[in-house]
Each structure stands twice: as structure tokens, then as C-alpha cells.
Design a protein around this ligand. Structure first.
Ligand code: FE
Ligand code: ZN
Ligand code: FE
Length: 173
């Protein structure tokens, strides 16, 4: 266990967690995109894959600014979120829209987790008056928030009455 003895080491711990999470996502997002049917969803995921690769690169810059080796610490939370997402995507669905809606649920959970991590890290960097790190983290944070908004838009259009079997009762009868 690392000794956390200062705000700086707290920040390093946060960055290690996010770094591991982002690297896992560069492998997980393509799988979710592959399991998705809706074109808007596929392109939202693909676009966010590109952003995620930039997030990894930005975190490497953060490590450099902190004079730390770029090394992640296994993020069990992201491991779990990805595992659940894979399981849900593999289940049987009557309709591709239903699977897509489930995939969006998994993806939004991921984005919210990342938003929490970046918010904590950015607040620490602000407290440490490290403006270069604040700028890097703020950029990625804004992209996570944007990804969540886009996913939400696709979810709402998927869930619109026109596209989904209107109610469970109707679907069963
Ligand atoms: Fe990210
Ligand atoms: Zn974690
Ligand atoms: Fe993300």
C-alpha cells in the first residue's frame, strides 16, 4: 500500500486509478461499439474511443508534470463496470434497440465514474495551484461530460415510443 502523506500523493493515486481505467476503456469501447446497432450510438462510441485515447495521452503528460512514472493501479471499479457491460451486451434481446438502450446504460455508468474521478483529481490539482495539470484534466473532464450528454440523447431517441415495442404488456400479448 502506498503511503498517502500529502495532497500531491493523493493526486498521484487518483491519476493512477484513472489511467488504468482509461486504458481498459480503449479496449472495452470497441467491443461495445461492435455490439451496438444504432448508427448514432456506434458513432458516439467510436468518437469517444478517439477521445479516450487522448485521455490516456493527457494523463501521461500529467504523470510527467508530477515527475512520476506513468503507471496505473488496477481500477477494480472500472473492471467491474466493463464486466457488467459485456454481460449485458451478450444477453438475448427481442429487439436491437433494447440491447442498445442497455449498452447506453453501461456506457453512461462508465462516464459518470470517470467524471467523478476527474472532478476529484482536478480539485486536488487546483488546490495544489498546478494550472497545467488543471487544464489537462479539465479538457478530459469536459469530453466525459459531453460523451454523457450525447449518450443521453441517443437513449432518449431510442426509447421514444415510435421505435420501441410500446409496453411490456403489448410485447408479451
Ligand atoms: Fe475518459
Ligand atoms: Zn478505481
Ligand atoms: Fe469516457
Amino acid at each position: 500500500m502506498a503511503t498517502v502523506d500529502s495532497l500531491k500523493s493523493l493526486l498521484v493515486e487518483q491519476i493512477k486509478d484513472i489511467y488504468d481505467a482509461e486504458k481498459r476503456l480503449t479496449k472495452a469501447i470497441p467491443k461495445l461499439a461492435k455490439a451496438s446497432s444504432n448508427e448514432e450510438l456506434v458513432s458516439a462510441l467510436q468518437e469517444h474511443l478517439g477521445e479516450t485515447q487522448n485521455h490516456v495521452a493527457r494523463l501521461e503528460q500529467v504523470f510527467e508534470l508530477l515527475e512520476e512514472r506513468a503507471k496505473g493501479k488496477p481500477c477494480k471499479a472500472m473492471q467491474g463496470l466493463i464486466e457488467e457491460g459485456d454481460e449485458h451486451a451478450k444477453e438475448d434481446y427481442d429487439d436491437d434497440d433494447l440491447r442498445d438502450a442497455m449498452i447506453i446504460g453501461s456506457a453512461q455508468r462508465v462516464e459518470h465514474y470517470e467524471i467523478a474521478g476527474y472532478t476529484t483529481a482536478r480539485n486536488l490539482a487546483q488546490q495544489l495551484r498546478h494550472s497545467a495539470i488543471v487544464a489537462l484534466l479539465s479538457k478530459s473532464l469536459a469530453e466525459e461530460e459531453n460523451a454523457d450528454v450525447l449518450l443521453n440523447q441517443v437513449a432518449r431517441s431510442l426509447m421514444s415510443v415510435a421505435k420501441m415495442p410500446a409496453t411490456l404488456e403489448q410485447a408479451e400479448s
